[in-house]
Design a protein around this ligand. Structure first.
Ligand code: ADP
Length: 256
């Protein structure tokens, strides 16, 4: 059977690894990103003739953009089975510094992007006459409030709530809704932070990374692939009896 997945924020970082993994799993994948250049490059790398991976530009905070991206995916590949609402932004926001613009931006992308993704996929599945799987990005910071992340943590708690509600609202139509919660992932941004922490202490990058790894039970930062492995499970048939859940993929940062 032809399987089709849409991944938002797939131009780089965790989303790119998810897209790569889903192509490996046999999915036709549309890589949706605000940054069309990175998404295009990634799609070409995954499928040189464009037959298995395509890039679509969308700002996930805009409902119309998300609906258009879902419709284009169905037009191009003829079907849709999985939507991974992965795109997100995560600025550091000490509580007294938060502005209305920041509030709108971070909630618009992280929460709006998930809501519009669910609505658009639901509409597509109604037309296609079958259900599918929604997979949402939350975070370890969406399970425990992290210092200086009032906006980000708040949005990621919201995503867990929406995941539970949508799972109940859409179950009768054969739709499951789950989420994944990464911890500290080795993305370029995280490597920069580790580099600076090391540099400021007169040490190297590895030392910088170890400062973060100390609080992790498995004593290492997450590779993006650790997260993609879990998304692959949630996208596949082995997770058919799971819905409304958040799978925490943080190496055991703390026990709740
Ligand atoms: P992570 O480390 O969580 O993977 P990155 O910042 O490396 O995060 O990647 C996030 C991706 O999401 C980027 O490709 C970025 O362009 C994309 N993105 C961010 N905001 C939006 C948005 N509003 N709409 C679509 N894509 C977005």
């Amino acid at each position: 059977m032809k399987k089709v997945a849409l991944v938002t924020g797939a131009g780089q970082g965790i989303g790119l690894k998810i897209a790569e993994r889903l192509v490996k799993d046999g999915f036709y994948v549309s890589l949706v990103d605000y940054n069309i250049e990175t998404a295009q490059k990634a799609a070409e790398h995954l499928s040189s003739d464009g037959s298995k991976a395509i890039a679509i530009q969308a700002d996930v905070s805009k409902r119309d953009d998300v609906f258009a991206a879902v419709n284009e995916t169905v037009d191009q590949f003829g079907d849709l089975h999985v939507i991974v609402n992965n795109a997100g932004v995560g600025p550091t926001t000490p509580i007294d510094t938060i502005t209305e613009d920041q509030f709108r931006k971070v909630y618009g992308v992280n929460v709006g992007g998930v809501l519009w993704g669910i609505q658009a996929a639901h509409e597509a599945w109604k037309k296609l006459g079958h259900g599918g799987k929604v997979i949402n990005a939350t975070s370890q910071a969406g399970v425990v409030g992290n210092p200086n992340l009032a906006l980000y943590s708040g949005t990621k708690f919201a995503v867990r709530g929406i995941t539970q509600v949508a799972a109940r609202d859409l179950a009768e139509e054969g739709i499951t809704v789950n989420a994944y919660a990464p911890g500290i992932v080795k993305t370029p941004m995280m490597m920069d932070i580790a580099h600076n922490v090391g540099k400021n202490a007169g040490k190297d990058d590895e030392w910088g990374m170890q400062q973060f790894a100390k609080d992790i039970t498995l004593k290492r930062l997450s590779e993006p692939e650790d997260v993609a492995n879990v998304v692959s499970f949630l996208a596949g048939e082995d997770s058919n009896y799971i819905t409304g859940q958040t799978i925490i993929v943080d190496g055991g940062m703390q026990f709740h």
